[in-house]
Design a protein around this ligand. Structure first.
Ligand SMILES: [Zn+2]
Length: 88
């Protein structure tokens, strides 16, 4: 089981979180994007081996969306930050 260090609540078991997908995927601009760009946004995902940035929601805690850097081989967690910090 992963122990995820929520910046607001501290270390918590992964059962308190919901996985939200690849944190690097950016939504295309609806006014200036093709059908192919939308299809890629919706369906195409990488399956990386090693470091990966993921979105996780602390659904049983503070309800904060987090961006977690996790190694997909060892499950070691690197940096953890609130996703809203990327929007500023
Ligand atoms: Zn939390």
């Amino acid at each position: 089981m992963l122990l995820i260090p929520c910046p607001h609540c501290g270390p918590r078991p992964e059962t308190e979180f919901v996985y939200g997908g690849d944190a690097r995927v950016k939504r295309p601009d609806p006014s200036n994007s093709s059908d192919e760009q939308w299809a890629a946004y919706i369906y195409e995902r990488e399956n990386p081996k090693g470091q990966h940035q993921e979105l996780w929601l602390h659904s049983a805690g503070c309800h904060l969306w987090l961006i977690i850097e996790r190694d997909t081989v060892t499950h070691a967690i690197g940096s953890v930050r609130a996703a809203r910090e990327d929007q500023q």
